[in-house]
Design a protein around this ligand. Structure first.
Ligand SMILES: Cc1cc2nc3c(=O)[nH]c(=O)nc-3n(C[C@H](O)[C@H](O)[C@H](O)COP(=O)(O)OP(=O)(O)OC[C@H]3O[C@@H](n4cnc5c(N)ncnc54)[C@H](O)[C@@H]3O)c2cc1C
Length: 461
C-alpha cells in the first residue's frame, strides 16, 4: 500500500477494535496461512475482527476502496478462498464465543469457533449438533456449505440444525435471518456458502449426545477390498439412524492396534460411531466384524469429544492438498471397482479415498427447503490428495483428477460445495442443481456487485 492508502488505513484503524495486520507486521505471515499449504496468498491487509461492528467497518472499507475481500473462519477450506492476493482478509478467527442454553437446547456460536470449541461447550451439558470429523475445522464455513459428520444420520445436516444467523450484508446492514425473518436470506445461508453476507453469530439446535459413545475402527486387508466395500455399501443402506459407518482406503498409518508389517500397506478401514446406547451399538456393529478377516480393530466407548478429535493427527495443517468429490445415491459395482483400482495406485502415503455416509435424517428435508439440496446424496466420496513436497504436486493432482473422471459415471447429481477445489468454479452451478437459479436471484438481491466473490461464487445476474 502506498502513502495515500496508508492514510486510509489509519482512518480504518481509528474505528476498528480488533487487530489490523499489514505485510510488514509481526504475525502477518502466520495470519495469512491456512490449512492447505498449496495456497500461498499475500493480502494487502488482514483485519482480525473482534466484534460484528468490526466486520461492518471492514466491509465498508473494502466497498469504499473497491478492495477484493475474503472471509476467513477456520481457514480450512480446501479451495483457499479464505485468503486473497492484494485485498482485505476479514479474519473472524478471534471471535470465539459460544453460549449454551441447556434448557432450551440451543447454542449461539461466533464465526471464529472451531468444531472443537463448539463441541467442548455443548458437551459440557451432554449436548451436540452434527458437525464434521476434524475438530480444527471452522464452524462457519462448514455450516454455510451444509455440514455433515457422525451425527448427521441421526440429527440431519448441520444446516438442518441452524435456527438463525446474524449477518453483515454487502451494504453494511446487519440482518437477522431465520425461518420467520428475512426468510429468503436464511434459505440461502443454509448451503449457499459465503455468497450473501458475513455471519457474525450462528444459533443452533442441540441434541443429547453421549457424552460417551461407541466408536472405533476396523482395518481389513486390501486384498479383501471388493468384498468388504460391497458389504459396507449394502449394510449402510439399511442401518439404523443412530449408527454411522464411513469407509476409507489408504496406506496404513503406524496405528498401535495394527501389526507392524501392515504399516505403510494399503488397507480398507471402516470408521464407526454409534450415537445411542453403547450396549445396543455393540450388537449393531457385530456384522461389520464379519465383513472379512480384519488386520485389527480399535473399538470402545469414549467421550464424543475425543472421537471428534480422533482424526486430527492425520489431518494437520501445512500439507499440500488437492481434493475431488462426487455424491453417490448408491455405491454400485462400478464405483467400488474404480475406488479399488485407484486405491491400488496411491501416489503418496497420505493420499486416501474416503466415503462418508449420509442418508437417514440428512435426507429428511425437501430438496428445495434450503440452498443445500443434495438430499439424495447417501454417500459423499472424497479423494484426498495429500502430500508434503511441491515436487509431488503434478503426480498427486493427476491421480486425484483421473480417479474423479473415472468414477464420474457412477455418481449422482450435485456436489458438496465445501469439498470443491479452487479450479472447480465451473462446477458451482452443477453442485446446486435445481437451486442455482433461485440462488442467483438471491445473490442479485443481496450482493448485486458481487462484493463477496472469494468463494464458490454464485454470480449475480
Ligand atoms: C481436514 C478437513 C476435514 C473436513 N471434514 C469435513 C466434514 O467432516 N464434514 C463437512 O461437512 N466438511 C468437512 N470439511 C470441509 C469444511 O466444511 C470446509 O472446508 C469449510 O469451508 C471449512 O470452514 P472454515 O470456516 O474452516 O473455512 P474457511 O476457509 O475459513 O472458510 C471457507 C469459506 O466459507 C466462507 N465463510 C467462512 N466464514 C464465514 C462467515 N462467518 N460468513 C460468511 N462466509 C463465511 C467464506 O466464503 C470462506 O471462503 C473438512 C475440511 C478439512 C480441511
Amino acid at each position: 500500500m502506498n502513502q495515500l492508502q496508508q492514510a486510509k488505513i489509519d482512518e480504518f484503524k481509528a474505528h476498528f477494535r480488533g487487530n489490523l495486520l499489514h505485510p510488514r507486521d509481526a504475525g502477518y505471515d502466520e495470519a495469512r496461512q491456512i490449512w492447505n499449504a498449496m495456497i500461498d496468498r499475500r493480502p494487502a491487509l488482514i483485519a482480525r475482527c473482534a466484534s460484528p461492528e468490526d466486520v461492518v467497518q471492514a466491509v465498508g472499507f473494502a466497498r469504499k476502496h473497491s478492495l477484493l475481500l475474503s472471509i476467513r473462519g477456520g481457514g480450512h477450506n480446501i479451495a483457499g478462498n479464505a485468503v486473497c492476493d492484494d485485498g482485505l482478509v476479514i479474519d473472524l478467527s478471534p471471535m470465539k464465543g459460544v453460549q449454551v442454553d441447556p434448557k432450551a437446547r440451543r447454542a449461539t456460536v461466533e464465526p471464529g469457533c472451531t468444531l472443537a470449541d463448539f463441541d467442548a461447550a455443548a458437551q459440557a451439558h451432554g449436548l451436540a449438533t452434527p458437525l464434521g470429523i476434524n475438530s480444527t475445522t471452522g464452524v462457519a464455513g462448514l455450516t454455510l456449505g451444509g455440514g455433515f459428520g457422525w451425527l448427521s444420520r441421526k440429527h440431519g445436516m448441520t444446516v438442518d440444525n441452524l435456527l438463525s444467523a446474524d449477518v453483515v450484508m454487502a451494504d453494511g446492514r446487519q440482518l437477522h435471518a431465520s425461518e420467520t425473518e428475512n426468510e429468503d436470506l436464511f434459505w440461502g445461508l443454509r448451503g449457499g456458502g459465503g455468497n450473501f453476507g458475513i455471519v457474525t453469530r450462528f444459533e443452533f439446535q442441540l441434541h443429547p449426545v453421549g457424552p460417551d459413545v461407541l466408536t472405533g475402527l476396523i482395518a481389513f486387508p486390501f486384498g479383501q477390498a471388493k468384498s468388504v466395500i460391497t458389504q459396507f455399501a449394502r449394510f449402510t443402506e439399511t442401518m439404523p439412524h443412530e449408527l454411522n459407518v464411513w469407509m476409507v482406503t489408504r496406506k496404513a498409518p503406524p496405528l498401535p492396534f495394527l501389526p507392524g508389517d501392515v504399516h505403510g500397506k494399503e488397507i480398507v478401514v471402516l470408521a464407526l460411531c454409534h450415537a445411542g446406547d453403547p450396549t445396543e451399538g455393540r450388537k449393531l456393529i457385530e456384522p461389520l466384524r464379519r465383513f472379512g478377516t480384519a488386520h485389527g480393530e480399535h473399538i470402545g466407548v469414549q467421550p464424543y469429544t475425543a472421537w471428534q478429535q480422533a482424526f486430527d493427527p492425520l489431518l494437520t495443517k501445512g500439507a499440500r492438498n488437492y481434493w475431488k468429490s462426487h455424491n453417490f445415491s448408491r455405491l454400485n459395482d462400478g464405483a467400488i471397482d474404480t475406488i479399488i483400482e485407484y486405491a491400488g495406485k496411491l501416489p503418496s502415503p497420505q493420499c486416501e479415498i474416503f466415503v462418508g455416509t449420509l442418508g437417514g435424517q440428512a435426507a429428511r428435508a425437501a430438496p428445495d427447503a434450503m440452498a443445500y439440496s443434495s438430499r439424495d446424496a447417501n454417500y459423499v466420496m472424497n479423494v484426498h490428495g495429500r502430500w508434503e513436497s511441491a515436487s509431488e504436486d503434478e503426480r498427486c493432482v493427476a491421480w486425484a483428477r483421473e480417479f474423479f473422471a473415472r468414477s464420474q459415471p457412477f455418481a449422482s447429481g450435485g456436489a458438496y460445495i465445501n469439498f470443491l477445489t479452487q479450479d472447480e468454479a465451473d462446477r458451482v452451478a452443477f453442485a446446486y442443481g435445481a437451486m442455482y437459479d433461485r440462488l442467483v436471484k438471491l445473490k442479485t438481491k443481496y450482493d448485486p456487485t458481487n462484493l463477496f466473490r472469494m468463494n464458490q461464487n454464485i454470480k449475480p445476474a
